[in-house]
Each structure stands twice: as structure tokens, then as C-alpha cells.
Design a protein around this ligand. Structure first.
Ligand SMILES: *[C@@H]1O[C@H](CO)[C@@H](O)[C@H](O)[C@H]1NC(C)=O
Ligand SMILES: *[C@@H]1O[C@H](CO)[C@@H](O)[C@H](O)[C@H]1NC(C)=O
Ligand SMILES: *[C@@H]1O[C@H](CO)[C@@H](O)[C@H](O)[C@H]1NC(C)=O
Length: 163
């Protein structure tokens, strides 16, 4: 959590931004090898206050059995927000509170008191509150180190520098 927050702070963002940005994991998929360390080198379920982030043991066992059957699997995809991975909703936060955040960065959010309070508060709904705080936080991100005048370029394809 400390590392995540430090990288957000370095860009002028804060705890709430970290929590709302992570909410983007309500949609999308991941490859097993992005988190299989947590499935195959798991040191035991920790609780907030303990050293490590945590993953629900039953959920982890199910992922090992059904989805990421080997540690090196880099082809199978899993839903980041199971059952709701195409819907922008609150279930990512509900999952977090059940220790079902897929990544360490997800699990880390509930290890910090202030971040956990944000998660608990938004998880109660209504979803419109999440939509609003997410949108504002995205706008704040969009204002990081904006280039103006002749600096930089507008990309024709967002993933690559123009050639
Ligand atoms: C398992 O995790 C520990 C602690 O993060 C790490 O030091 C060790 O290298 C890992 N083992 C393997 C086989 O990756
Ligand atoms: C996936 O793993 C295989 C076997 O280890 C490796 O040859 C391949 O390059 C990997 N693919 C990616 C996209 O990392
Ligand atoms: C794991 O695989 C099962 C069977 O294909 C699938 O129904 C389930 O959605 C997968 N779980 C995740 C988290 O993607």
C-alpha cells in the first residue's frame, strides 16, 4: 500500500484516487501469470494489520483448480470482477471486502484504514456515487503533466508514438 500510495502521491494524487482508480478493475480480464504468485506461493491468509495482502483461501483454491492450473500459465484469462466483468458496478468493491481482489494492489487497499473506509463507504452504494468519484478522479489523472504548446504530440494511435 505504501508503494502504491507513494507512486500516486508523486503525481499529485492521493488515497481516494488510488481507491477509485482501482475500481476500474470492475471491468476486464487478466492473464493468470499476472497474479499466480498469489495462488502458488501463498504464505497464508493475512488480515489487515498483518504483513501481507490477502486472498480468500477458497477463492484461491478454486482459481487453482478451475482457471490457473499451473503457475506459469500465461494464456488463460480470468475475470477481474467475477460474474460482472463487463459491467461497471460496485461488485469489485464487494469482492475486495471478501478478500477476492485478484491483484496484490487490490488486496492492499483494505490494509490501510483510510482506503478501507473509502471502499466500505462506496460499496454501500448507490452506484452513482462511485460513478461520480471515479469520473472526477479520472479527470484529475488526465491533468497530470499535461503538455502544452509545441511540447509532445497528439497520437494517431494511442498506444504508440507517431512515426
Ligand atoms: C515465494 O515468495 C517469497 C516471498 O515473496 C519469495 O522470496 C520466493 O522467491 C518465492 N518463491 C518462488 C518459488 O518464487
Ligand atoms: C508464455 O510462456 C511460454 C512458455 O514459458 C513462453 O514461451 C511464451 O513466450 C510466453 N508468452 C508470453 C506472452 O509471455
Ligand atoms: C474460471 O473458469 C470457469 C470455467 O471456465 C469460469 O466459469 C469462471 O468464470 C472462471 N473464473 C474467473 C474468475 O474468470
Amino acid at each position: 500500500f505504501t508503494d502504491l500510495l507513494a507512486s500516486f502521491r508523486a503525481k499529485g494524487l492521493g488515497v481516494a484516487d488510488l481507491v477509485w482508480h482501482s475500481g476500474a478493475h470492475t471491468i476486464g480480464i487478466s492473464h493468470c501469470n499476472s497474479f499466480s504468485e498469489r495462488l502458488y506461493n501463498f504464505t497464508g491468509r493475512s488480515v489487515p494489520g498483518d504483513a501481507g495482502p490477502s486472498l480468500d483461501a477458497e477463492y484461491a483454491a478454486n482459481l487453482r483448480r478451475t482457471n490457473c492450473t499451473t503457475r506459469t500459465d500465461n494464456t488463460t484469462v480470468v475475470e477481474m470482477d467475477p460474474g460482472s466483468f463487463l459491467t461497471f458496478d460496485l461488485s469489485y468493491y464487494h469482492g475486495l471486502l471478501k478478500y477476492q481482489g485478484l491483484f496484490q494492489s487490490d488486496a492492499a487497499l483494505i490494509t490501510d484504514e483510510a482506503a478501507r473506509a473509502d471502499v466500505e463507504s462506496v460499496a454501500k452504494g448507490p452506484p452513482e456515487v462511485f460513478f461520480q468519484v471515479f469520473a472526477r478522479s479520472m479527470m484529475r489523472m488526465g491533468m497530470i503533466e499535461v503538455k502544452t504548446g509545441g511540447d509532445g504530440e497528439i497520437r494517431r494511435h494511442c498506444a504508440v508514438v507517431n512515426n
